[in-house]
Design a protein around this ligand. Structure first.
Ligand SMILES: Cc1cc2nc3c(=O)[nH]c(=O)nc-3n(C[C@H](O)[C@H](O)[C@H](O)COP(=O)(O)O)c2cc1C
Length: 349
């Protein structure tokens, strides 16, 4: 599949998830296969333009994640165009615009899903960006603001006309947040009417559902929470799409994944070869976070753990135990014991 001139080897993608889909996590998912595209956590256009270190870190990615889409949020066409140029300068393959975030902190600044309430303005943001960069500009939106403003079909066409190269739609309204279910009929209907690729998003928890959604008429499927629970879901969907039995994931595989994630997070911004990681040009020191790096790693595993342990036997015990760990050694020992993984992690870079 093509987004602009960017070739995707698979129609299955990791959805952007703030706080969760960092570069280390994306790398690991990618290594397990079946993943055609990764999207970064949303990044503030304002922060990019002002060169704020913390913002720039969210946009970092590595070569092995390609093709990579960096998602930005904001509502000012000029700043969004400037931010798109920074993203392009970083070497990203695609720049994506967040028109789906319902969180008031974002939406009140005329960004995220509130852009859907001003379709003309939203289209002008996309037009400004497509004029400013050569890489494809894509949009991720919701079904609409609420049940009476379900305008994704109109807005999708408007942003296509403004130059968007692809669109992803999470089939819930902002008012729904994450309640109810995603409206995939709406998404398939939009896919049917547009010439550009349309990705659907929402509620795919196992590989069969990913395939069923793909067959409903969209060009691609973005998987969010399903990847946090099962990072192999895209690989399993690719197996099914190729007529193979989906690969089995053992408890040991699951433990190895978490230990590998710990290993990658420990190495973040510490021992990476030059040219491997893409920084924004105006970015400063790239020091590890001010709090202890180990503490940051433990917090990351806690955050993933709350999704990853869902449905596991004794998952709630593991969650509690992870939350109680104070050192990396304790964390590794705990994970090793719970999942029955012997030895040191092998994927350390
Ligand atoms: C923890 C979390 C963070 C998210 N952050 C973003 C984000 O930064 N940008 C975005 O467009 N969507 C974000 N989303 C929405 C997802 O990309 C996705 O559209 C939504 O979760 C529905 O798909 P799912 O049921 O497969 O999770 C987030 C979702 C979750 C659960």
């Amino acid at each position: 599949m093509l987004i602009g001139d960017v070739h995707l080897q698979s129609p299955f993608a990791v959805a952007p998830m703030a706080g969760m889909t960092d570069t280390a996590f994306r790398r690991l998912v990618k290594r397990h296969g079946g993943c055609g595209l990764v999207v970064t956590e949303m990044v503030s256009s304002e922060g990019l333009v002002r060169g704020i270190d913390r913002t720039l870190e969210f946009a970092e990615f590595t070569e092995e994640e390609r093709p990579v889409s960096i998602q930005i949020f904001g509502g000012d066409p000029v700043k969004m165009a400037a931010a798109a140029q920074i993203v392009e300068g970083m070497g990203a393959d695609i720049v994506d615009v967040n028109m789906g975030c319902p969180v008031p902190k974002i939406a009140k600044h005329n960004a995220g899903c509130s852009l859907m309430r001003e379709p003309e303005h939203a289209a002008s943001v996309i037009a400004a960006m497509t004029r400013a960069v050569k890489i494809p500009v894509t949009v991720k939106m919701r079904a609409g603001w609420n049940d009476t403003e379900k305008n994704a079909p109109t807005l999708a066409k408007m942003v296509e006309d403004a130059g968007a190269a692809a669109i992803a739609i999470h089939g819930r309204t902002a008012a729904q947040s994450y309640s109810g279910t995603a409206d995939w009929d709406l998404v398939a209907d939009i896919a049917d009417r547009l010439a550009i690729p349309v990705f659907g998003s929402g509620d795919c928890i196992d590989a069969d559902q990913v395939i069923a959604r793909l067959r409903s008429g969209v060009e691609g499927v973005l998987v969010g929470r399903g990847v946090l629970r099962n990072p192999w879901i895209l690989a399993q969907a690719a197996d099914l799409a190729a007529g193979r039995t989906p690969r089995e994931v053992t408890l040991e595989d699951r433990g190895r994944f978490l230990l590998d994630y710990v290993g990658l997070l420990l190495n973040e911004r510490v021992r990476e070869p030059e040219g491997f990681r893409h920084f924004a040009p105006s970015s400063g020191s790239h020091q590890p976070p001010a709090t202890s790096h180990d503490r940051w790693v433990i917090n990351k595993i806690r955050a993933l753990g709350s999704w990853y342990t869902k449905g596991l036997d004794n998952g709630s015990h593991l969650r509690t135990a992870i939350n109680g760990t104070e050192s990396i050694d304790d964390l590794r020992e705990l994970l090793g014991e719970f999942f029955g993984v012997a030895g040191e992690p092998v994927l350390m870079t």
